[in-house]
Design a protein around this ligand. Structure first.
Ligand code: DAH
Length: 358
């Protein structure tokens, strides 16, 4: 009996060695200390032993039981300890690491350019005036002095919303440029609506008109069906071509750098007379000639001119008492030149790899 107890203890302790998790430990407890375990059976068989053997067997059995319970406790602690160590390894937190940056939204590159343009003209006293994207043929073309079959009207192939047959000769379309805003702004100031006498002393105007424009054309790297423009308009007494040149040259310096040179070339727009286009000296090659300026040394950035007398009159300003200048530029083109972006389609494709660079 005593030998049996010794073997039983040795086997149990040996089995305990191999255990690595709590579940196996519980199995072990049931097998070696549970009610049906060999050890407990020894206690059960006490009565059948000769009287004089009982104290020794009983004491030994109790010792075995105590030693197994102590080993169980020790093993349980050891398992908990390793579990803790493992957790400390895998769930380690380095509190000295710098924080992870939160992904911050940013402004679209065109919005950034637009805001820069607003800022520069605001410093020169220009207010922002917005007008609708959906226009009538009358405002988009007729009041801007485009005659019905003017070639420029075909050039700007338009998105018509209601066709000519629906609305006679005044169909509804998406504006092809921000210039119709000139008429809306002048009429808002003068109160003139196209009929009757011109108002006596309308106040002057100094505004920029930003907005989205739409043209029904083939999408290419240089042309988009949707793009922004910023239009400018100043109307008052004694406004001259010199004012236009001074304002736009100063704009170019503030936008592209104080050293930048600009030049005006004669051009033609139906709503201005005379008309011009402004170039700035190529900032990539400093005028020496490169692929960006197509080896001319100059970059075209806007159209401009003195407001045509017909347009002034359509807005309610007497063309013999008032003069004005206007200009129009494309923020996409300016942004492309500034960052040397080669394809206009990037702007409205919403590809994060492109947008995140600004
Ligand atoms: N509306 C013209 C365009 O879409 C741009 C423009 C040129 C606007 C000359 C003007 C201007 O106000 O004076 O191409």
């Amino acid at each position: 009996m005593l030998d049996q107890l010794q073997t039983l203890q040795a086997n149990a302790l040996q089995a305990l060695e191999a255990i690595t998790d709590e579940a196996a430990l519980e199995q072990w407890r049931i097998a070696h200390l549970g009610r049906k375990s060999p050890l407990m059976q020894v206690f059960g068989q006490m009565n059948s032993l000769p009287k004089e053997e009982r104290p020794l067997v009983g004491r030994t059995a109790n010792q075995v039981k105590n030693s197994l319970e102590a080993a169980l406790q020790a093993k349980r602690h050891a398992l908990q300890e390793t579990a803790l160590q493992r957790a400390l390894q895998t769930e380690r937190l380095d509190v000295t690491l710098p924080g992870r940056p939160l992904p911050l939204g940013r402004l679209h590159p065109i919005t950034q350019t637009m805001r820069q343009i607003y800022h520069i003209f605001a410093q020169m006293g220009f207010q922002v005036y917005r007008s609708r994207d959906v226009e009538t043929d009358e405002y988009n073309f007729q009041l801007l002095n485009f005659p019905p079959h003017h070639p420029a009207r075909e050039m700007q192939d338009s998105f018509y919303i209601q066709t000519e047959t629906d609305r006679g000769d005044n169909p509804i379309l998406l504006r092809t440029h921000t210039s119709p805003g000139q008429i809306h702004a002048m009429r808002a100031v003068t109160g003139y609506h196209g009929r009757g006498a011109l108002p006596e002393n309308p106040p002057p105007i100094r505004i920029i008109l930003p907005g989205m424009c739409y043209r029904y054309e083939q999408i290419t790297a240089r042309a988009s069906i949707q793009f922004t423009q910023v239009e400018g308009l100043a109307v008052g007494k004694h406004i001259t071509l010199g004012d236009l040149k001074g304002t736009l040259s100063d704009f170019a310096r503030r936008m592209f750098g104080q050293q930048v040179r600009s030049r005006f070339r004669a051009s033609h727009f139906p709503f201005t007379e005379p008309s011009a286009e402004m170039d700035i000296e190529c900032f990539v090659c400093a005028g020496a000639g490169c692929s960006v300026c197509k080896h001319t040394g100059w970059l075209e950035i806007l159209g401009a001119g003195m407001v045509h007398p017909v347009v002034l009159r359509n807005g309610g300003y007497h063309p013999e008492k008032y003069t004005g200048y206007a200009f129009g530029m494309g923020p996409e083109r300016i942004t492309m030149l500034k960052y040397r972006i080669e394809d206009i389609r990037y702007f409205w494709q919403n590809d994060m790899r492109f947008l995140e660079q600004f």
